[in-house]
Design a protein around this ligand. Structure first.
Ligand code: 9MR
Length: 347
């Protein structure tokens, strides 16, 4: 479909209250199709229409994170998160909440008192609890699940846990506390542990063991979020299949929470990705990306009993945290569907 026609179809669909066949429609018997959004995506008319047309789940890319909503003790800044939540309320789109506790973009003030001295873990937990209750309560009408703890497992090394400030103060107990506080705040929300490289056997097993141990101790973990920051060079379908199979021994719900397939060779959630490095997107890369997306969705469809949601991490290549040169999504930098979009949709 030509560019003008595609955009006209979206607008017509919104005006008439009907939709051209879209990703969310194509997958309605399988799982939700989500997208991580920034503020532009929900304020720009065309981008907002694209979100409404294609997706039935939204995650705030940054706006609900602790550093965004709670920069100082006693100070909440809700504006960005409210705008995204209101967009979802108005358009009847459910939200995945992201995220309550993470070593990055966190409330670092929680670790010290007014004089800059480290606080005890009891004081830290009191602050963390207040934060979790405030955020979860504010959005509980529209957010149906939360990434409660993000990326607490290490990429390698003898200790399975990431040696973060959280871990240094509390050991792995902060994970249990975060889930308990989230459950208290909203007993109905589904609570997720979310991580990247969750298909790599060593890290996968450490995630598995951690979730197993927590669940055996009564920690309310409902689901596992496999982020899914992959690259076009890695044929990883066996790893994806095996990770889903393994995690589903522990949980009834798995979400793919942050999907993109980049053109660079690196992968994961916090690696050196050379965002600005120019590179030509050759036909070979395009074709590989199509194959990866098609193959991945085939595996995900096979696991539809447990995979309940698949979220793309950003709307278009222009919005991607990886930069346009990584060409990672189904919509290009002009918000036009790529060939991969049609291949994923028309399976
Ligand atoms: O996409 C987010 C980017 O805009 C932020 O600068 C970055 C900060 O670390 O976080 C990105 O989102 C991350 C997500 O919250 C957790 N998993 C990894 C994602 C990509 O880094």
């Amino acid at each position: 479909m030509g560019k003008r026609l595609f955009l006209a179809a979206i607008l017509m669909g919104c005006i008439m209250g009907m939709e051209a066949k879209s990703l969310k429609k194509a997958y309605r018997k399988y799982f939700d199709i989500g997208v991580a959004v920034n503020l532009r995506n929900v304020t720009d008319e065309m981008q907002g229409a694209l979100v409404c047309q294609e997706f039935n789940s939204v995650t705030a890319e940054n706006a609900m994170k602790p550093a965004s909503t709670h920069p100082r003790e006693g100070v909440y800044t809700w504006e960005g998160a409210d705008r995204i939540a209101n967009f979802c309320r108005q358009n009847n789109i459910k939200m995945r909440g992201h995220c309550l506790v993470w070593h990055n973009q966190f409330c670092n003030w929680m670790f010290t008192d007014n004089e800059g001295n480290p606080v005890s873990k009891e004081v830290f937990y009191e602050r963390m609890r207040e934060h979790i209750h405030a955020v979860v309560n504010r959005y509980k009408d529209v957010v149906y699940c939360w990434d409660v703890v993000n990326e607490a497992i290490a990429d390698g090394g003898p200790n399975p846990y990431r040696n973060s400030r959280l871990y240094k103060l509390c050991g792995d107990e902060f994970i249990a506390k975060a889930f308990q506080f989230a459950r208290e705040a909203d007993p109905k929300a589904l609570l997720f542990y979310n991580d990247y490289n969750a298909i790599i056997p060593h890290k996968r097993d450490n995630i598995y063991n951690m979730v197993k141990k927590m669940k055996e101790a009564g920690v309310p973990i409902d689901g596992i979020g496999m982020q899914g920051h992959y690259n076009v060079h890695w044929d990883n379908l066996k790893e994806v299949d095996e990770a889903i199979r393994k995690y589903s021994e522990l949980v009834d719900v798995i979400h793919i929470t942050e999907l993109d397939i980049r053109a660079n060779k690196d992968m994961g959630g916090n690696l050196d990705f050379k965002k600005k490095a120019e590179q030509a997107i050759t036909d070979e890369i395009k074709q590989k990306q199509e194959e990866r997306y098609v193959g991945l969705f085939r595996v995900l469809r096979k696991h539809k009993k447990v995979v309940k949601s698949v979220t793309f991490w950003n709307l278009s290549d222009r919005d991607s945290w990886l930069g346009t040169h990584n060409y990672p999504l189904l919509f290009d930098k002009e918000y036009q569907p790529k060939e991969a979009y049609y291949k994923v949709k028309d399976f």
